[in-house]
Design a protein around this ligand. Structure first.
Ligand code: PLV
Length: 322
């Protein structure tokens, strides 16, 4: 059963008329918000959980800012095993509820994801039947995320000129890089977006080595890893990755604009990627001659995420004077 049960789906790829109009070049959106777990996470986490269960694991333990944990809870339910998810205090009650509704035990520990992860590691060490599911730092997770690019290769009318993604711990970025290699698109550039205060990848790129942030100060809590996966530093050697950071306000503005443009509600972690277009980061890179001026096919990954509600987004709107 674990071999055949479906965990992630092939998500819609839309040619976005509103985003194309705003950008002035063709923009496609890959709607990972349509995944059964509400975000791209189920691709990698699902793949990792399936392999764990096939190797005899009876209990999945995960630490998460929210979406990876919900993906792990969902995968465990589909695969018929127990799940325990450790989340930091910043993970909203509605996200915790979703995890318990999927049958997982939810433990709240620490102020940031890294502290929740320490607790999860202790639990994993004590339970012989359990396997720890890291939200972003594992080859199986990257391999699962890579399927997103394989889908793009089947769906797009041409090879993309640019793929835009957001970066937390960098699992999605590593998966995209792997996917690009799989389909022979190694030369496709990637715009890796983060918010100020959750920008461990950008700081690492600037330093030329892995950097650990002292704290997460961004509202994009699901981008809140203090240190990126070490693999990210390899990816920047083999791929053309532009690392850019925008203020929280631009991530929120992007969430509001996507809601107007496509009636899709996403959290700031996803808004960060969309700000690549809405906050005209791509246009700046074109002016700086880092990107070609005649972009014909740009893909924005709507990575999704359940760490938001309409009420919360409207509160952010007010708080940021938008
Ligand atoms: N969120 C992780 C890590 O949190 C989690 O535990 O859910 N967009 C959304 C909506 C996300 O939830 C995440 C990661 C990302 C983007 C970034 O993905 P990553 O970590 O693979 O770069 C601390």
């Amino acid at each position: 059963m674990a071999e055949s049960v479906q965990l992630h789906i092939a998500t819609p790829l839309l040619e976005s008329i509103p985003l194309t109009k705003r950008a002035g070049f063709p923009v496609f959106v890959k709607c990972e918000n349509a995944q059964p777990s509400g975000s791209f996470k189920i691709r990698g986490i699902g793949h990792r959980c399936r392999k764990a269960v096939l190797s005899g694991c009876k209990h999945i333990i995960s630490s998460s800012g929210g979406n990876a944990g919900y993906a792990a809870a969902y995968a465990a339910k589909q695969l018929g095993v127990k799940a325990t998810i450790v989340v930091p205090e910043t993970t909203a009650q509605n996200v915790r509820n979703r995890m318990s509704d999927a049958g997982a035990q939810v433990i709240v520990h620490g102020k940031v994801w890294d502290e929740a992860n320490d607790r999860a590691q202790d639990m994993i060490a004590k339970d012989k039947e359990a396997i720890g599911i890291h939200p972003f730092d594992h080859p199986d997770v990257w391999a699962g995320h890579a399927t997103l690019v394989e889908e793009l290769a089947n769906e797009l009318p041409q090879k993309p000129d640019l793929i835009i993604t957001s970066v937390g711990g960098g699992g999605l970025l590593c998966g995209i890089a792997e996917g690009l290699d799989r389909v022979g698109w190694q030369d496709v550039p990637v715009l890796a977006m983060e918010t100020v205060g959750a920008d461990c990848f950008n700081k690492s790129v600037e330093a030329g080595k892995s950097v650990t942030l002292p704290a997460i100060t961004s509202v994009a809590k699901c981008l809140g890893a203090l240190t990126p996966a070490a693999k990210c530093m390899e990816c920047i050697k083999d791929h053309k990755i532009y690392s850019e950071v925008i203020p929280d306000k631009e991530a929120i503005r992007a969430c509001l604009m996507l809601l107007d443009d496509h009636c899709i509600l996403v959290e700031p972690a996803c808004g960060a990627a969309l700000a690549g277009i809405y906050a005209r980061v791509i246009h700046r890179l074109q002016e700086e001659k880092k990107l070609q001026s005649d972009l014909k096919c740009v893909v924005a990954i709507v990575c999704g995420g359940y760490s938001i509600s309409l009420e919360e987004l409207l509160k952010f709107k007010k708080d940021f004077n938008l």
